[in-house]
Write a protein that binds this ligand. Structure first.
Ligand SMILES: Cc1ncc(COP(=O)(O)O)c(C=O)c1O
Ligand SMILES: N[C@@H](CCCC[NH3+])C(=O)O
Length: 431
């Protein structure tokens, strides 16, 4: 993996020495190269434009939701996928155009649905029968209409970790296609005067490196739509094929260029549309990780070192599973480098430990680094997705700060949590 380095052997992020950022903002620190975020967003958006295919590229804000991030997403012409009141609230705070917001969730609350309807968001991706009932009453009561997609599980098993698989039949998400559940949902929403069914949605999983799963899912959804047209004279205008496009965490990962994923979807939808003589639907996608993952780097300061003779050397950093739970949760792999020793050759392998009171709080096992000393700074790469988003306060560690870097300038976009803020919800108990 290539990283920019200055003449002093220091890591540069968006042309700024990571050392300067660490000194100014403290560690652990999430740093985003905003230029890279824009480049990823454009790879998707431009591919649809160049192919003259009507599309919405909805940034899956679960990957990293903050006001500044959603402002960048908006500047790049992205739509937005939210899955909760909190994510919707953040979008509204960021001034995100409501008509470009899509709402997901396998258990949307009444409050969440009401809020979506009140604000007139662009689309609700309906997940289950209970939600159809709730939405029916809310729309009737508010005398409003809503564009809706039905989320279906196409029965595709993507090659990825079990916890991030979502398109298989045995899933908590969506209506199953093969058992007829999806068709039953279709009948229900078709009968509803306030629901405008614009099409179907599926999301087969995350961190996917090939196009075949997406193509198979597209065929399944399209065949279903064609069948519904024959039998019910229904014609969809939108096909949402979800997110899940893989990124590079380590050298072992070989993702496709983002435009290749988009090209594959365009090709498949165009072919099916001409095969069935079905008007070309809009293609919607929902990338999260692919937009922000590689653009994020976490900077830590190294504290204690512990050598277990003939076994390994543990290097402890000032963060861990509180700022990046993915290694503990998914055995996710990352690469790292010493921020001030980028020009030095690796000397031996170290294992990077977090500082939580938890043996599983390991960020990386066996990474080759130059000789490590107390006080060195460590950069862990590709931490932009599901890092800050899944951060937690275990052991009452503060949530780390987030800095955006662009064109050689840097700006704090999420403050480090203070200890006063951490205890702000605590009330004292008097017997
Ligand atoms: C419905 C849906 N859309 C989009 C995404 C974004 O996935 P990713 O960040 O892997 O692109 C997810 C998460 O897996 C999802 O569940
Ligand atoms: N949070 C997960 C992916 C789940 C995405 C949402 N369905 C990750 O870090 O990879």
């Amino acid at each position: 993996m290539n990283h920019d380095v200055n003449e002093n052997g220091q890591l540069l992020i968006g042309q700024v020495p990571a050392t300067d950022l660490a000194e100014q903002y403290g560690t652990p620190l999430y740093v985003y190269d905003v230029g890279e975020i824009r480049q990823k967003a454009r790879a998707f958006v431009q591919t649809f434009k160049e192919n003259q295919v009507a599309a919405q590229v909805a940034y899956a804000s679960k990957a990293f939701s903050s006001v500044a991030m959603l402002q960048v997403a908006n500047q790049e012409g992205l739509s937005l996928d939210v899955v909760s009141e909190g994510e919707l609230h953040t979008a509204l705070e960021a001034g995100f155009p409501v008509e470009k917001i899509h709402m997901h969730g396998n258990n949307k609350s009444i409050r969440e649905l009401e809020m979506a309807v009140e604000h007139g968001i662009g689309c609700i991706v309906v997940d289950n029968f209970y939600e159809i009932e709730l939405l029916h009453s809310i729309l009737k009561e508010q005398k409003k209409e809503m564009d809706v997609l039905l989320r279906v599980t196409p029965g595709i098993e993507a090659h990825t970790h079990d916890y991030i698989l979502t398109g298989q039949e045995d899933s908590k998400f969506g209506f199953d296609l093969s058992s007829g559940q999806a068709e039953e949902a279709f009948m229900k929403v078709q009968d509803d005067a306030n629901i405008r069914l614009v099409g179907l949605h599926c999301h087969i999983g995350s961190q996917i490196f090939e196009t075949s799963g997406f193509e198979m899912a597209t065929r399944k959804l399209f065949t279903t739509l064609n069948d519904w047209r024959d039998r019910y004279k229904y014609e969809a205008t939108v096909l949402n094929l979800g997110g899940g496009f893989g990124i590079q965490y380590t050298e072992e990962d070989e993702p496709l260029d983002l435009d290749q994923y988009a090209h594959a979807l365009i090709r498949e939808v165009k072919n099916l549309s001409s095969q069935y003589d079905y008007p070309m639907p809009e293609i919607w996608i929902e990338p999260g990780r692919a937009i922000v993952g590689e653009a994020g780097t976490t900077i830590y300061t190294i504290g204690s070192l512990k050598e277990v003779p003939d076994v390994r050397t543990y290097v402890s950093v000032d963060g861990g599973m509180t700022d990046n739970i993915r290694p503990a949760l998914y055995q996710a792999k990352y690469e790292a480098a010493l921020v001030e020793k980028m020009d030095q050759k690796p000397e031996k392998e170290y294992s990077i430990a977090g500082k939580c009171c938890e043996s599983g709080d390991m960020l990386i096992w066996d990474v080759a680094l130059p000789a490590v000393e107390h006080g060195d700074r460590l950069a862990v790469f590709s931490t932009g997705a599901y890092g800050y988003a899944m951060a937690n306060n275990y052991n009452r560690f503060q949530k780390a700060a987030v800095v955006f870097v662009e064109d050689g300038k840097h700006q704090l976009v999420v403050r480090r949590e203070s200890y006063q803020e951490m205890t702000r919800l605590d009330l004292s108990y008097e017997k």
